[in-house]
Design a protein around this ligand. Structure first.
Ligand SMILES: Cc1cc2nc3c(=O)[nH]c(=O)nc-3n(C[C@H](O)[C@H](O)[C@H](O)COP(=O)(O)O)c2cc1C
Length: 402
């Protein structure tokens, strides 16, 4: 949006993706990649194999939380407005000093490097970020070091997600590497200092990190190398490193750690996994710059509350500070509803991983462009020309679902 509140005609018109598809159809070409989430999930799981499917698709307990994360969106309905002339739309948002072409982000996913094809899914995802302008939140758990991933982002900004290790020196080293690599914010995940109870993964006895996978940021880190070598680990063989990694992985942070965490970086600091408004307020009062409202896609704690139902209260508590939302976003409609409920930006998890599995960079780009095209066309039809127009008045609670 321009300073005078008008739509900037130079911003991407995400909805034109459908024109590309229909026009290609005139030449006899139909989309190679799925157009519905159900088909995307089904096809991707066909190429991922059983163990990776369980790691990506599975959640905690009987997976009730991850199911309701998605279905809860059906209890919100969008209100169409007429005589608006939303002929041009502007989905751009400002976040931590970045002007982004859309409110969509890629949530951190620590298994991209294992997702076919090729074993370099973190770099391939960064290339998709470069191609689409949708920022990647790069996980601590990667198969290639963060510096190489950052280099593939092109002009698109990246954010770095930190799993805070028990050793403060290692945490500080990871953060300073992220700063040096050009990441634009540090996102600290609070809800995963221990893995949740995940029956699907347990049934395969499969936890990738314990097999030495996705540890590139650790084995390339000078502090980790010093600590692991001191403990007798063979750094050239990732498998023996894994037990040492497990020992330093998860720091169960308390409020008394927040001042230190804040002191680790001058970059914007965001805390991920915050669902209670009191926690949001206290974290902001303690110096963080933004809140990431998420229940980890239902992977960590079952028996929870749909994340979308928690968003509005967190936004109120944040009192104008940026709030990123994820968990359960499967369609463009979900992005619009989360924005109307007050999110500043919305992240997507599993869907882009399935795009990666099916089509590498182009597969990720297809998923992101489809989500944004649907969001853009909803804004067109329902009469909301800019993200600022998506206020709580744009959604109503509905009691019936189809
Ligand atoms: C396979 C997988 C790995 C994940 N790894 C991480 C991670 O490394 N760091 C993190 O903060 N969140 C991680 N997440 C959680 C996502 O960032 C995000 O919160 C979640 O996927 C959102 O839910 P959704 O998949 O339903 O969209 C992971 C999620 C999945 C599916």
């Amino acid at each position: 949006m321009t300073a005078n509140g008008r739509v900037d005609a130079t911003v991407p018109h995400w909805g034109t993706y459908q024109n590309e598809i229909y026009l290609a159809g005139l030449g006899g070409e139909i989309p190679r990649l799925p157009m519905t989430y159900a088909e995307l999930e089904r096809s991707a799981q066909g190429v991922l194999g059983a163990a990776l499917t369980s790691y990506i698709a599975g959640g905690a307990g009987n997976e009730q939380t991850q199911r309701v994360n998605v279905t809860a969106f059906d209890r919100y309905g969008l209100m169409p407005r007429m005589f608006v002339k939303a002929t041009e739309r502007d989905l751009s948002v400002d976040l931590f000093g970045m002007h982004l072409p859309s409110p969509l982000l890629m949530a951190p996913v620590g298994v991209l490097g294992l997702t076919p094809p090729g074993g370099h899914g973190d770099i391939v995802t960064a290339q998709a970020a470069a191609a689409t302008g949708v920022p990647m939140i790069a996980s601590t758990l990667m198969s290639d070091p963060m510096e190489q991933v950052a280099a593939a982002l092109g002009d698109t900004p990246g954010l770095f997600q930190l799993y805070t290790p028990t050793d403060r020196g290692l945490a500080e080293s990871l953060v300073s590497r992220a700063e040096a690599a050009g990441f634009r914010a540090i996102v600290v995940t609070l809800d995963t200092w221990v893995p949740g109870w995940r029956p699907r993964d347990l049934a395969h006895s499969q936890f990738p990190q314990l097999r030495g996978h996705v540890l590139a940021n650790y084995v390339s880190d000078p502090v980790f190398r010093r600590l692991a070598a001191g403990a007798g680990a063979d750094l050239d063989d990732p498998r023996p490193v894994a037990p040492y990694w497990a020992a330093v992985f998860g720091n169960n942070l308390g409020w008394d750690d927040l001042a230190w965490l804040r002191s680790t970086t001058d970059l914007p600091l965001v805390v991920k996994g915050v669902c209670h408004p009191d926690d949001a307020r206290r974290a902001l009062d303690g110096g963080v710059d933004g809140i990431y409202c998420s229940n980890h896609g239902g992977r960590q704690a079952n028996g929870g509350i749909p994340a979308i139902d928690l968003l509005a209260d967190v936004v109120r508590a944040a009192d104008g500070a940026p709030v990123i939302f994820d968990s359960g976003v499967r369609q463009g409609e979900h992005i619009i509803k989360a924005l109307a409920l007050g999110a500043t930006a919305v992240a997507v998890g599993r869907p882009y991983v399935y795009g990666l599995a099916l089509g590498g960079r182009d597969g990720v780009a297809h998923v992101l462009r489809s989500l944004l095209a649907e969001a853009d066309l909803l804004m067109a039809v329902d009469g909301y020309p800019t993200v600022a127009d998506l206020t709580p008045d744009a959604v109503r609670r509905v009691t019936t679902t189809g």
